[in-house]
Design a protein around this ligand. Sequence first.
Ligand code: GAL
Length: 688
Amino acid sequence: MSPIAARRPGLWHGGDYNPEQWQEHPEVLERDLELMKRAGCTVMSVGIFAWAALEPEEGRFEFGWLDRVFDAFERNGLSIDLATPSGARPRWLAERHPEVLRVDADRRRRLFGTRHNHCPTAPAYRERVAAVNTALAQRYGGRPALVLWHVSNEYNGDCHCDLCQEAFRAFLRARYGSLEALNRAWWTPFWSRTYTRWEQVESSSPIGEGGLNGLYIDWKRFVTAQTIDFLRAEIAPLRRHAPGIPVTTNLMGYHPIELDLHALCRELDIASWDAYPAWHAPEGDPATAQNLAMLHDLTRSFRRGRPFLLMESSPGSSNWQCVARRKRPGMQRLAGLMAVASGADGVMYFQWRKGRGGCEKHLGAVVGHDGRDDTATFREVAALGRTLSGLAEVAGSQVPAEVAIIGDWQNWWALHDCNHLRRDKRDHWDFVRAHHRGFYRQGIATDIIDAEADLAPYRLVVAPLLYMVRPGVAERLAAFVERGGTLVLTFWSGQVDESDLCFLDSAPGPLRRLAGLRVEELDVLYPGEKASLSMAPGNALGLEGTWAVDAYREVVHAEGCTVLATHDGPDLGGQPALTVNSCGKGRTYYLAANPEAAFLDAFHQRLADGLALPRALDGLPPDGVCARRRRAGDREYLFLLNFAEAERRMPLPAGWTVLDGPDAVAGVCVLPSLGGAVLRRAAPEKAP
Ligand code: GAL
């Protein structure tokens, strides 16, 4: 695969840099350049919140300070990821055009202030964004230092102003064609909500409409569409005046709920994200690492496996978290390597230098207020810089995955707005995470895709709580299974269509033939209530024993499937809890319960063994060790990262040599706590 930007090959290292805050201190820029080179930085993200410095008055641009930054970077061989400044607007803009400020769901317009507080519909905002983006692209598009566009910052949120309501109605007219169709889709006779004029339609509100699930979901669809439209308008001048410079926007894992990031990322060249894991928290670093790995996998999947960027990460602590815990020695390198192991071609920080004022002045930075380079943080960053430079050949390599988990925004919206599930147990991503863990712990590469994705690359697809089944989804899953794929479905699947209307058939609705069963009811248990399932003697998975079940179990009737496990207890005892059904050349498992994590781990291990899915190591990685592989043509890279509190030893797999990290002694790879190794070998003809 090609590098992120031809002008800057290798693995990127850098971070957010805010020279506009230091204009009265020219010596700081000089010192920063020296320190950046010492830290092994190559690319800095510049100008993210610099609109007021770039355009102090409407139409009057001040580029002198940014010209000097470009000049200095070019003299020093450093590159720039240049931001468009729409993440925070200048005062004059809100004073002249108050409609650029957001209106909340309770219909209150916000005051000027903070950031990420703009209306994506307001023409005045779009005009001024187009003007500043055009000016930036015209002036800097041809500069050798420019390697990437960083569009805005962490798009999120929605606006409920009159302009947005009008645009929402236009969106609905295009979607439904008539008010009758909309009334049907939203089931409006419920509590007498029937619309008789388009003007009556508006977004849900804590002081107004609530409880129409179709409205809730269509509003989120609209917000996604409107944000994408805004993003396209931001990108257009960049592509026009700076062709060939790739475009990204920094995301936040699966946040925010209102933006379908699978859809949004189709507009980008490169996916990138900001990761702020709470290292050293009571749940332990191995658990934090698994969650982080899932978010890296999600980000990699947004651009179908193309290398992504870790755009922000804290080099120290994150002062907005409940506890601003400092990273222990080694964690900087280990977390950076985990991003690379997962498919990132760069490790970047927020922030390069601590500002003197503002609420982020104590947030972790490579350089503190005293500007020193003899701090532990600086040393760790510089060490990672050397490591990344030594691993330059890894850039562009891929993480080929044969397993995918469906993590789908529209399904998330439907589950989130669904009264029936326990409120503390209905987050779509918790279920994705629970299944991801089973593969992560085995060192099996896993993509996280939406329900519309192409399934051709995969042999195993897991669809946890596929509650909403949109047109075409069941057909694609059926074709996947018939071709020989293995599908895992769970309870609370195939309940509603794309409008959140229940199927007038037993669940799992359009998936019923694939699953070979019919669901009668979902039983929801109280917190702490005990339930379990037991494996059927001699079941084909070879799993045994009784396993705890938490919160959910379904009443299921087999219709041709084979029962592999049954519920225990007086009311559901003996009824199916796990089944398998053959269809064409493949099979579908149906898990009619929410079992303990250890069960999912064992279940996914049996599936992986049965399918001989490729693992990073031949066996399972030691407890707490993350094992991941990347591949490029005739080379393969193996990352072994120890997040456990104790040292881990493992035999060095045959054919691999250590590229970075502790040398293997007598064929044994010794990983200290928070230590990691990167190995290389000539790739076999076909990945094992
Ligand atoms: C990110 C944001 C940065 C900075 C950082 C602090 O979410 O993009 O601008 O605020 O958080 O951790």
